[in-house]
Design a protein around this ligand. Structure first.
Ligand code: NDP
Length: 463
């Protein structure tokens, strides 16, 4: 039998790669991992984690506004961007250290280098020029922001990567895109006091989410002072003599800002990875094509996470990594389960959602009951903040199973996690009704909406 240097070699030290390497190491496998940048990948280094820290920072402006409703006098406030960046960097460095420690304490050999495939069992470590061999290889290199090369002046724009390291907080920013990242960052910048404009090519932000959430978020963002321009794209970005940027819109207007941020989706990181040397097939977007078990077209090479362009979410990458270990090393073929994935958008107000949207459910079930509550959360009453919260349950009339749950408002992300358990367990509306409310909370509405707000039959509202 051929003796390889490693039982498993993982390329990419992000959420999926680290989880697979660490657990394989704990199983006693000889594991190597190569990471060209910093351990932790997009989520820890320039994604979910620093983004959430920014969200917390940006919420203080509203906290200060609301304080007087509760009797507090808040003096003059000011915000210092370099302080936030330094604190964020310190926390990210701490987390990165924990990731590295977790690998090393499970005997994973970490190579701080870019790696690429030379053949189906050989990996070249670029920093040293060394070639190592492995029985099984896991590609977990993630994705990167779409730089939109077709946009003249894209080189003046930043993406989410750059947003985490801006030297100064811009006075004005234009964010293009209508997905998770554009929406989250538009709210972050607005909360930090930046004059913010969001440009989106579609009719309404957050395509794919329940219409009630989309409408409510877009209206609330506009009411807060974020300028939302739909049905338009940036056609050109120019640098002016004063150093500011001018974004030319398809509708003919121009927007002047200090930064233009593109949040136009993410592309798989497979360029120059040598996949073709090993015979690994990719799709048109460069994503590794895998079967239901995350196995590529080469039977000892696997891929998990964003590089496969399935569902671009950290917990999904981790789940795929765990399934991969079961399949490849525990003789227990396990397919990742993509059914009923809860998710949150850390917009302001926040969104938490699980299961089918009303529109999706209407296409799947003959009759639906929709339970919908719209109210001002208690916290907003004394400060006289008008912002409302919406909760919505979508119930299949035939089985009474709750097939969709959608929340927008404070704590929605946390609620989505718990709603996720109920929907995964296929709880019925009667299970929700039988659950005692926790009072006084906003989420008690989820178990006290006794009468349907309206009914849909064959997709038509019949009230
Ligand atoms: P999304 O896919 O969510 O959104 C991309 C947006 O860019 C869409 O609104 C899309 O429009 C628009 N777009 C794409 N191409 C163009 C173009 N050429 N011109 C104009 N507009 C364009 O990607 P994001 O970059 O926001 O985020 C990437 C992924 O990261 C998400 O899919 C998500 O899974 C993950 N993520 C998750 C977070 C969370 O869980 N909270 C937070 C951040 C990211 P259209 O809608 O018309 O297609």
């Amino acid at each position: 039998m051929t003796q390889f240097d490693y039982d498993l070699f993982v390329i990419g030290g992000g959420s999926g790669g680290v989880r697979a390497a660490r657990l394989a190491g704990a199983m006693g496998k000889r594991v190597g991992l190569a990471e060209e940048f910093r351990m932790g990948g997009t989520c820890v280094i320039r994604g979910c984690v620093p983004k959430k820290l920014f969200v917390y920072a940006s919420q203080y402006s509203e906290h200060f506004e609301d304080a007087s409703g509760y009797g507090w006098s808040v003096g003059e406030t000011s915000f210092d961007w370099p302080t936030l960046i330094a604190a964020k960097d310190k926390e990210i460095a701490r987390l990165e250290g924990l990731y590295r420690k977790g690998l090393e304490s499970n005997n994973v050999r970490v190579h701080d280098t870019r790696a690429r495939l030379v053949s189906r069992n050989e990996i070249l470590l670029e920093a040293t020029g060394e070639t190592v061999t492995a029985d099984q290889i896991l590609i977990a290199v993630g994705g990167r922001p779409n730089l939109h090369d077709a946009l003249p002046g894209h080189e003046y724009c930043i993406t989410s990567n750059g947003a985490f390291h801006l030297e100064a907080l811009p006075k004005a920013i234009v964010v293009e895109g209508g997905g998770y990242i554009a929406v989250e960052f538009a709210n972050i910048f607005h909360g930090l006091g930046v004059d913010t404009t969001l440009v989106y090519r579609g009719q309404k932000i957050l395509g794919g989410f329940d219409e009630d959430l989309r409408d409510h978020l877009q209206e609330t963002m506009i009411a807060k002072g974020i300028k939302v321009i739909c049905h338009q794209v940036l056609e050109k970005v120019e640098k002016r003599a004063d150093g500011r940027l001018e974004g030319h819109l398809s509708g003919g207007d121009a927007l002047v800002a200090d930064q233009v941020m593109l949040a136009l989706g993410r592309v798989p990181n497979t360029e120059s990875l040598g996949l073709h040397h090993a015979g690994v097939e990719m799709d048109q977007r460069g994503a590794v094509i895998v079967d239901d078990y995350s196995r590529s077209s080469v039977d000892n090479i696997w891929a998990v996470g964003d590089v496969t362009n399935r569902v671009q979410l950290t917990p999904v990458a981790i789940h795929e990594a765990m399934c991969f270990l079961e399949t490849a090393f525990k003789d227990n073929p396990t397919k990742p389960d993509y059914d009923t994935i809860p998710t949150a958008v850390f917009s302001q107000p926040e969104i938490g959602t699980v299961g089918l949207t009303e529109h999706q459910a209407a296409g799947k079930y003959a009759e639906l009951d929709v339970y919908r509550a719209s109210f001002r959360p208690m916290h907003n009453i004394l400060p006289d903040r008008q912002e409302k919260m919406i909760m919505k349950l979508i119930v299949d009339v035939a089985s009474r199973v709750v097939v969709g749950a959608h929340v927008i408002g404070p704590g929605a992300g946390e609620m989505a996690q718990l709603l996720g358990i109920s929907l995964k367990a296929r709880c019925t509306k009667e299970d929700f009704d039988a659950t005692m409310a926790v009072h006084p909370t906003a989420s008690e509405e989820l178990v006290t909406m006794y009468a349907p707000t309206y009914r849909l039959k064959d997709g038509e509202r019949i009230d």
